[in-house]
Design a protein around this ligand. Structure first.
Ligand code: KG4
Ligand code: ZN
Length: 336
């Protein structure tokens, strides 16, 4: 069978990325240009600045990805782009470039959902992984427990009712004065701390796999502010460790419950928060205890990247899901 090479483009937030992926599983090249340094000084992503930076960076990033893949545009079978969810201005840069390339090169255009892209990172990590499986998607914008029925069919079994878990990490980091992006910084600090503060966990009625992270985030903020007012010495590393345990344990718990509910003994994780060291070790340990197969993508496949978009694009392309040149960015695109 002829190899299928997909050029993937990702610009949904603050990463400008392009990759070339062969047959959905083999990454020939992956270039990620992060804007973290630019947004750091504002304490978070400034959408207008992100869009402008994508415009500047996208063509050099595409050129580099193609060069590193050792292929030319002639060898590319389809152009794939994440058209949502994300920041509308940022998404539009990727969508416009992908449409222009598809038109000029007379190649098919494939649109993919960014969250489905995160899930597809697991097909790169584990070349033999096939649906069905349960996937925990935990990122800056989303926290979902998903039943991946097929490469293109998804059932969301649980979701956050308020903040995404990455968002909670970023807010707690800001209060602790750690800066942006908060997740990796809280993760690092937590490794030096003890779990000795009880932050409340919200539990929904039995049977629900939903989450809520806004309460725990607020109680962390209150704990810090109260401590400051009383002039008490707060151990930031203990706050980080206790917060981390409260949010990650519920993610792991609900993911395991989903595997029981669906009688499915394969679990995968995805999204920026799946780079978290405690989540990775905890879910691995719990799955091993239960003899559940666990897939954990490499760190660079967890945070935003175009390789996952290229992989997801492949599975859409082989099913004939081709987009028109009227494709638009959909900032609130959902999974189901
Ligand atoms: O998937 P992603 O790169 O972008 C979105 O689609 O949102 O996820 C970014 C989120 C941020 O909130 C960041 O703080 C969080 O992932 N994150 C982490 C870690 N690395 C990134 N959260 C906890 N621990 C980490 N090691
Ligand atoms: Zn993402």
């Amino acid at each position: 069978m002829k190899d299928i090479n997909i050029l993937g483009i990702e610009t949904s937030c603050d990463e400008t990325s392009c990759a070339v992926v062969k047959n959905g599983r083999e990454v020939l090249s992956s270039v990620v240009s992060t804007q973290i340094k630019i947004h750091e000084r504002y304490g978070g992503v400034v959408p207008e600045i992100a869009s402008r930076k994508h415009v500047e960076l996208i063509m050099p990033v595409i050129d580099q990805a193609l060069k590193e893949s050792g292929l030319s545009f002639d060898d590319i079978d389809a152009i794939t782009v994440a058209n949502g969810p994300g920041l509308v201005g940022a998404l539009l840069v990727g969508v416009c470039v992908a449409k222009a390339l598809a038109f000029a090169l007379e190649k098919p255009l494939v649109a993919v959902n960014h969250i489905e892209g995160h899930i597809a990172a697991n097909y790169i990590k584990d070349k033999g992984l096939k649906p069905p499986f349960i996937c925990l998607v935990a990122s800056g914008g989303h926290s979902h427990v998903v039943y991946v029925k097929s490469y293109l069919e998804f059932e969301v079994l649980g979701r956050t009712r308020d903040d995404a878990v990455g968002e909670a990490y970023d807010k707690v980091a800001r209060t602790l004065g750690l800066g942006y992006p908060g997740g990796p910084k809280v993760d690092k600090l937590a490794q030096k701390g003890e779990v000795n503060i009880k932050f409340p966990k919200v539990k929904f009625p039995k049977g629900s796999l939903d989450f809520s992270f806004s309460g725990v985030k607020t109680s962390v903020l209150n704990y810090i502010n109260r401590g400051k007012q009383k002039g008490e010495k707060i151990k930031n590393e203990d706050v980080a460790a206790s917060f981390q345990k409260a949010v990650i344990d519920i993610l792991v718990e609900n993911t395991l419950k989903a595997s029981e509910m669906k009688d499915c003994n394969v679990i995968a994780i995805a999204g920026g928060v799946s780079a978290n060291s405690y989540l990775r070790s905890s879910i691995k340990e719990e799955c091993e205890k239960r003899r559940i197969k666990i897939v954990i993508p490499d760190l660079e496949l967890c945070t935003d990247n175009a390789a996952m978009i290229g992989s997801c694009g492949y599975f859409n392309f082989v099913e004939g899901r081709i987009a028109g040149l009227d494709l638009n960015a959909i900032p609130n695109l959902s999974l189901d």
